[in-house]
Design a protein around this ligand. Structure first.
Ligand SMILES: Cc1cc2nc3c(=O)[nH]c(=O)nc-3n(C[C@H](O)[C@H](O)[C@H](O)COP(=O)(O)O)c2cc1C
Length: 196
């Protein structure tokens, strides 16, 4: 068969949530993204990677060039993913402590994020969590993560009509369409990196 006609392998996306809250809006965004990838996007599989049980970064925990088991398992999941979907609240104009902690563990040599594509979405106050996104993009420079630039996704979670239900499920149809556009852009950019 002509190799250009062969089906492309599925893009494995690791979704990483900055919130550990049960009814988190950001977990809701990830659930919606998983549903969209399953039902409306060919060739993309999104798996949530839990960061809530990682120990706080302390390089003393690295013994004989080994990471603690939870950290090693997390790093392996990152290593095995082709690209990333971050969904993080903005806390005091930056990302949350759990997300920064996970990023720092992933960055320990060898940096397991290196040279991969990523997208970020958020929901929050007036700027929809935008400052957390730009803070994460700054981290991405050092990590050599390649964030898609457009489309951007900032959801004003506290302005009517309601964007989430009581369990944190995304119920806003316009936001779902925007989220799908982000996923399609991430897919296209990941395929470009794959072809390099
Ligand atoms: C410690 C703390 C700091 C926050 N700082 C900001 C902020 O700087 N900007 C903002 O838009 N919202 C801020 N918020 C509101 C969160 O963005 C909001 O609670 C969001 O729903 C949290 O995401 P989650 O639902 O996924 O847990 C803050 C909330 C907390 C608890």
């Amino acid at each position: 068969m002509d190799s250009t006609l062969a089906p492309k392998p599925t893009i494995n996306v690791a979704a990483i949530c900055g919130s550990t809250r049960k009814a988190s809006f950001h977990h809701g965004l990830i659930r919606a993204a998983i549903e969209l990838a399953t039902q409306a996007i060919d060739g993309m599989s999104i798996v949530n990677v839990d960061i809530s049980l990682l120990p706080m970064l302390n390089t003393d925990l690295e013994v004989d060039d080994k990471f603690p088991p939870e950290v090693e398992a997390f790093r392996q999941k990152i290593l095995q993913s082709e690209c990333f979907l971050f969904a993080s609240p903005e806390y005091n104009y930056t990302v949350t402590a759990p997300l920064k902690n996970a990023i720092d563990w992933a960055s320990r040599p060898p940096n397991v994020f290196a040279d991969k594509a990523a997208a970020i979405v958020s929901a929050g106050g007036g700027f929809g969590g935008g400052l957390a996104q730009y803070s994460l993009r700054q981290n991405g420079v050092f990590l050599d993560l390649h964030f898609i630039n457009k489309p951007e996704f900032f959801l004003k979670a506290f302005e009517g009509p309601p964007k989430f239900d009581d369990e944190g499920n995304l119920i806003d149809t316009v936001a779902k369409e925007s989220l799908k556009s982000v996923l399609l852009a991430l897919k296209a950019f990941t395929l470009r990196l794959r072809a390099k």
